[in-house]
Write a protein that binds this ligand. Sequence first.
Ligand SMILES: [Zn+2]
Length: 356
Amino acid sequence: MLAVFHGCICGAGKDGRCGAALPDTTRSVPPLCAGIWKGADIFIPPPCIFPYGMSPCILVLNDQSICHDLKGHPESEQRMEQIRSILPGGRIGLKAPPVSMDDLLRVHMPEYLSRLEDLSGRCRPGGVAFLDSDTYVVSGSWDAARYAAGAAIAAAEEALSGRPAFAVVRPPGHHAGPVYGMGFCLLNNVAVAAAWSLTRVSQVAIIDWDVHHGNGTQAMFYDSDRVLYCSVHRSPFYPGTGRREETGSGAGEGCTVNVPLPAGSGSDAYLQVFQEEILPAVCSFDPDLILISAGQDPLADDPLGGMNLEPGDFGLLTELVCSGARKPPALVLEGGYGPSHGDAIMEILRVLDQWV
Ligand SMILES: [Zn+2]
């Protein structure tokens, strides 16, 4: 069972902030907060920074991402280093185990998983192989990808328990389909989390605000009426899918919502899309859980995206999603390669921390 320290919400202080100087050691029971201590795998026990009654966002991190790295590639460990460097002390973190084969096989075919594991296993230290022209595999990729997918499941589990969660992990996932990896993606983290969630609840919505269309996620649930997939993305653009006419098939007809936007779109366009198309679709679907494929590559300073959002816009989008939700969302990191990516994540966390 996963374990996490849920922050100091003991309410010992007058204003709901206990202010206790909690020990900075792991695996010890904070004296004022024994009632909410649940176990191991916790780090940074903080002085209480959250008012009583709130559920501060759980960060799920993937230390193994360092094993999937290629210097000079846009999707490298440098992304994580940038994000970690601005996370404030006191943030509550959770480390999750790697995903199981059973959890992967709900969305990926066994032949692809074998191929990926084999390719990674055959790489020598320092060696590299490619699934396509821009998707590298190194010796640590298989393990790193499994930990990323496991973290996505852990984030979904936290959200279903009532706590907002953000799996800040790499490699990303939303381009990975049932039998392929592509576009920097090896295993489809958000799809794995959605399929896992469907073993516990009836319906899941995935909102994908990455600048690229999540073709892999769409493909995995295109026929399903239990997953609503909503994507806003730049078009025409990589990977070339995500036309409005792609709305699902069979039982899943109407359960895929694609909103293409032209290059250079900014805050007004995104707010309009969320208010007029994505949120009404989610509201009508009435999901038991909302997952967000959180790619911050629509940022204006992103070297790959070509859109015009600012970090604060991601806080606004998060606020919009939370405003109509019955349960807190779980976010899973996708793209985001520019200098203000960390700032955008901080804006998202600031909003998630206010979930009551
Ligand atoms: Zn992207």
